[in-house]
Design a protein around this ligand. Structure first.
Ligand SMILES: NC(=O)c1ccc[n+]([C@@H]2O[C@H](COP(=O)([O-])OP(=O)(O)OC[C@H]3O[C@@H](n4cnc5c(N)ncnc54)[C@H](OP(=O)(O)O)[C@@H]3O)[C@@H](O)[C@H]2O)c1
Length: 356
C-alpha cells in the first residue's frame, strides 16, 4: 500500500545494529552503515524515526538460542522504541506524532524490523502516543515491561483493589512496574530483592521486603506466613526453581494464582530444567500436584493494557525507571550492562544523539 501520509525526507538506507547469526551480542551483531529502510507500509502500520531503543533480556536470549533458519535474520536487534511517526497508514497516527511501543518478537522474524536502527515499520496497535514531558530515553523502556507487568497482574492474576500480591523480583524492570501498578489500585505489596535494593523498592511503594540473598524465599514465607495469604504471586525473575510454586499452599490463598514470566533456563540441560519446572507446576493434584493455579505467559500486542499503562503514567502512579543510557556506538557495552542482571530499570540506547 502507498503511504497516505508521509514525510518527504525518508532515506533509502540507515545505520543499524543487525543481528546476523546465533550467538552472544558480541559475536552475532554487526554495525551496518547502509541497511535498507523498509518504508512501504501495510494498512495499520506506521514508519517511526527512532530516537531511543530500550534493551530487554529477550534480545540476547533469542539471539543466543535460535539459528538463522528459524529466526529469519538479518534484521536490527531489539524491540522497544520511542520515536516520531514519519509515515502512517493508520487513522490513529499522523506524521509528527511522538510515540513509543514494541516491535514484538513474534512479528520480528516476519517484518524484519528492529529497534536498534534509525527507522522501523511497526503495527499501530503496538504503539501509543508518548506521554507529555517524557523524554524518548524514558519512554523507550515502557512498553515491553509495562505490558508484562500489567498483563501479569490484571489479565493473568486478576488482581483486585485491596488484595495482597507477592512480587518475586521487585527490582527487575518488570517488577519495578508491577510494584507501582499494584500500589496504584490499592494493593498490599511484598517483594524480594537483594540487600541494597530495599530502600528503593520501599520508596516505590513496596510494603514488605524479603532479601533473597539471605536464603530461599519460600523458607522465609513458610517461617513467616502472610496473614491473610497472598491473592497473587507474580514471579518476574524467570526462576527455574519450581519450589516457590510447589510450596505455595502455605502462603498463596485458595483460588489465588501463581503468575510467571516463564522459567528462563541457563547453561547445560535447558530442556530438562524446563520439563522439571512444568511437571512441578502443571502436575494434577491427584498425582501429587499443588492445589493452586499457575499461569505462565508471553507478552505481546495488547492495546487495552497499553492504554492502562499510559493512564497510570498520566495519573502519576507509574514512573518508568532508567538504569543507564548509552550512545548508539556503545550498543555492546549496553548489552554487557543488561547481561549483568544487576540493572535497576531499563538499559537504553540513544539512536538519535540529540535527544534527552
Ligand atoms: N514472559 C514474558 O513475556 C517476559 C516479558 C518480559 C521479561 N521476561 C523475563 O522476565 C525476566 C525479567 O526481565 P527484566 O527485563 O525485568 O529483567 P532485568 O530488569 O534485566 O532484571 C535485573 C534485575 O533482576 C534482579 N534479580 C536478579 N536475580 C534475582 C533473583 N534471584 N531474585 C530477585 N531479583 C533478582 C536484579 O536485582 P538484584 O540486584 O536485587 O539482584 C536486577 O535488578 C527475564 O528473565 C526476562 O527474560 C519475560
Amino acid at each position: 500500500m502507498s503511504n497516505p501520509s508521509s514525510s518527504n525526507s525518508i532515506p533509502d538506507t540507515q545505520k543499524a545494529w543487525l543481528a546476523v547469526k546465533r550467538g552472544t551480542p558480541a559475536q552475532a551483531i554487526r554495525f551496518e552503515e547502509n541497511a535498507p529502510v523498509s518504508a512501504k507500509l501495510k494498512k495499520g502500520e506506521v514508519l517511526v524515526k527512532i530516537q531511543a531503543a530500550a534493551l530487554n533480556p529477550v534480545d540476547y536470549k533469542v539471539l543466543g538460542m535460535l539459528p538463522n533458519f528459524i529466526a529469519n535474520r538479518p534484521y536490527p536487534l531489539g524491540n522497544d522504541i520511542a520515536g516520531v511517526v514519519v509515515a502512517s497508514a493508520d487513522s490513529k497516527f499522523t506524521v509528527g506524532d511522538e510515540v513509543f511501543g514494541t516491535i514484538w518478537v513474534q512479528e520480528q522474524r516476519k517484518t524484519k524490523q528492529g529497534a536498534l536502527a534509525e527507522y522501523a515499520r511497526i503495527s499501530a496497535a503496538s504503539i501509543a502516543k508518548r506521554p507529555a514531558d517524557m523524554p524518548p530515553t524514558v519512554a523507550a523502556g515502557i512498553s515491553l515491561v509495562g505490558l508484562t507487568a500489567s498483563i501479569g497482574l490484571f489479565q493473568r492474576g486478576k488482581l483486585e483493589p485491596g488484595q495482597s500480591v507477592f512480587i518475586n523480583g521487585g527490582s527487575t524492570a518488570v517488577g519495578l512496574a508491577a510494584i507501582q501498578f499494584a500500589k496504584a489500585i490499592g494493593c498490599k505489596v511484598t517483594v524480594t530483592g537483594s540487600t541494597a535494593k530495599e530502600d528503593k523498592l520501599k520508596a516505590l511503594g513496596a510494603d514488605e521486603f524479603i532479601d533473597y540473598t539471605k536464603g530461599p524465599v519460600y523458607d522465609t514465607l513458610i517461617a513467616n506466613p502472610p496473614t491473610p495469604k497472598f491473592n497473587v504471586i507474580f514471579e518476574t525473575v524467570g526462576s527455574i526453581d519450581p519450589k516457590l510454586f510447589a510450596l505455595s499452599e502455605a502462603y498463596l490463598a485458595p483460588g489465588g494464582t501463581f503468575v510467571s514470566v516463564g522459567p528462563q533456563p541457563e547453561g547445560n540441560g535447558k530442556f530438562g530444567q524446563i520439563v522439571n519446572f512444568l511437571w512441578a507446576v502443571f502436575r494434577p493434584t491427584w498425582l501429587g500436584g499443588v492445589n493452586r493455579k499457575c499461569s505462565i505467559f508471553t507478552v505481546g500486542e495488547h492495546p487495552e493494557e497499553l492504554a492502562r499503562v499510559v493512564k497510570f503514567i498520566e495519573d502519576k502512579k507509574f514512573t518508568p525507571l532508567v538504569d543507564s543510557v548509552h550512545d548508539f556506538d556503545q550498543v555492546l557495552a549496553a548489552y554487557d550492562r543488561l547481561m549483568t542482571k544487576k540493572a535497576t530499570g531499563k538499559v537504553v540506547v540513544k539512536v538519535d544523539p540529540t535527544v534527552a
